[in-house]
Design a protein around this ligand. Structure first.
Ligand code: SAH
Ligand code: SF4
Ligand code: F3S
Length: 490
């Protein structure tokens, strides 16, 4: 997981930073070995943990290297063209490995598998298995089929699958922070985005299974959970039976019992005041005051919101089908600051050079950034995705060099703001959850503050999983540096 890198990523390096190889389980001779490599967003990383659990039931142990693996899965991303290119390059490398080890089974999972389906088998001859995001329970059967020399495909998208009953095996974990998927799919149809096609319809997971997973993690020593969904604010769960057990009752409306995101957040926050709760991603059209008030009510819900704007111009936002305009977005920012204060961390995603975007409209993105002063941003040049509404309806008419130049301008503004926002942290005491040794030196520890900023400080006698109070004395645009103080301010 990336914890100490600056979260300002250009189109070319977002996925690259997030390629994480899985950790080694205790290997026993009779178990087959599975190597999983994950690309793309946090949801994909979370899915790989479900895949590891499904495969463990079929007697596979995960391994941290492709050497000696019987099965290799690439859990792929399709969000931009370069994300897919990376996977193709990797498959080329694996091709050579397969020539030396003909029995090796190679599977492509995730969003690229779902997008290309059987086409992937035609394009990439060495792929044995193609499995979409809702087909992971079927993986043991697909592997068996592939072991007989056949190609195995399951790209069925479900309206119900949430993997609620599967306890993920934590991969590459620091033992302190973990992801919990609370929903799957997306119903939003932003015109540039491939996700609704690769992950299917939105569905919310049973809230009690979410709380149970959080409880379990806490009991195992974890101290932070991040609730994941493409649009967490539209989380909505309805009890199928009309009523749920009285001790679990949240909201009763005649016969229907429902849980929305603010309520789920509260349920998870109540697991323990010692368990930090984060969430991602929030959608400007759906985030409610209720969510903001719930964040304020619980000290352990981190004051940090990832609220992607995508553009600062209302005409472009309309073409993107984001269903809000600049004024709506600005009002949401004002509301966050009003309820949670100036210190609440806010980050965004921005796309430069979307179809027909003019220079003036690009300037609107920069002025929106000036208004908000984001703590972080993920920034991308528009990449047309086949089959999306934008690809069907609009011309990808902004030249690559112009998209890239606009992207550089957006990155420059963000770098300045990240630095300024970090300056505000100077001289203040921050509560930090210790995640482990700092990347640069074993003599230092690192963790994150409430606003998700990385804080580095001398180790002394502190350890992973502790909460410490750090007086910040130095900063770069990426990191805060300080020293633990015993006197905690009131
Ligand atoms: N559900 C999240 C975003 C998930 S995709 C949300 O609605 O905000 C992550 C980010 O990738 C998006 O926010 C967007 O900025 C970027 N992205 C998606 N499709 C893209 C495309 N075709 N070209 C460039 N960037 C894209
Ligand atoms: Fe894509 Fe929009 Fe859904 Fe986010 S909300 S995943 S950008 S369609
Ligand atoms: Fe990529 Fe799929 Fe996530 S397209 S960004 S891995 S939902």
């Amino acid at each position: 997981m990336i914890t100490s890198t600056l979260k300002i990523l250009s189109e070319t390096d977002k996925e690259a930073c997030e390629i994480v190889k899985v950790s080694e389980e205790e290997l026993t001779v009779d178990k087959k070995r599975l190597f999983i490599e994950s690309y793309g967003c946090q949801m994909n990383f979370s899915d790989s943990e479900i895949v590891a659990a499904v495969m463990r039931n079929a007697d596979f142990a995960t391994t941290s290297s492709e050497d000696g693996a019987d099965v290799i899965f690439l859990n792929t991303c399709a969000i931009r063209d370069n994300a897919e290119q990376k996977v193709r390059n990797r498959l080329q490398q694996l091709n050579n490995l397969k020539k030396k080890r003909p029995g090796l089974v190679i599977g492509v999972l995730g969003c690229m598998a779902e997008r290309l389906k059987t086409k992937l088998l035609e394009e990439e001859k060495m792929v044995d298995i193609v499995a979409g995001p809702d087909a992971y329970r079927d993986l043991p059967r697909l592997v068996e089929e592939a072991e007989t020399g056949q190609k195995a495909v399951n790209v069925f998208l479900s309206r119900e699958e949430t993997y609620a009953d599967i306890s993920p095996i934590r991969l590459n974990s620091n033992g302190i922070t973990a992801y919990i998927s609370i929903m799957r799919g997306c119903d939003n149809m932003c015109s540039f985005c491939v996700v609704p096609y690769t992950r299917g319809r939105e569905r919310s997971r049973d809230p009690f299974s979410v709380v149970e997973e959080a409880r379990q993690l806490f009991a195992e020593g974890y101290r932070e959970v991040t609730l994941l969904g493409q649009n967490v604010d539209s989380y909505k769960w309805k009890s199928e039976k009309g009523k749920i057990k009285p001790q679990d009752e949240i909201v009763e409306n005649e016969n229907v019992t429902t849980v929305n995101f603010a309520q789920l957040l509260e349920m998870v926050a109540l697991v323990s005041p010692e368990l930090r709760v984060r969430f991602s991603t929030s959608h400007p059209k759906d985030i409610t005051d209720d969510v903001l008030w719930t964040m304020k009510k619980y000290e352990n819900i981190c004051k940090y919101i990832h609220l992607p704007a995508q553009s600062g111009n209302s005409r472009v936002l309309k073409l993107m089908n984001r269903t809000y305009d600049r004024e709506w977005y600005v009002q949401k920012i004002d509301r966050i600051r009003e309820i949670l204060g100036e210190d609440c961390g806010i980050s965004t995603d921005m796309i430069t050079g979307f179809c027909t975007e003019t220079e003036e409209e690009h300037q609107d993105t920069l002025t929106l950034m000036e208004y908000v002063k984001y703590d972080y941003a993920y920034m991308f040049a528009y990449s047309e995705r086949p089959g999306t509404p934008a690809a069907k309806k609009y011309k990808d008419d902004i030249a690559e060099d112009i998209k890239k130049r606009r992207l550089q301008e957006v990155i420059a503004v963000q770098l300045k703001h990240s630095g300024e926002r970090n300056q505000l942290a100077l001289g203040k005491v921050h509560k930090v959850l210790v995640e482990g040794p700092s990347k640069r030196s074993d003599a230092d520890l690192c963790g994150r503050n409430d606003q998700n900023k990385v804080v580095v400080f001398p180790r002394e006698h502190y350890k992973k999983g502790d909460y410490v109070h750090v007086l910040v004395t130095e900063c770069s645009s990426a990191t805060l540096i300080g020293k633990v103080v015993e006197e905690v301010p009131a």
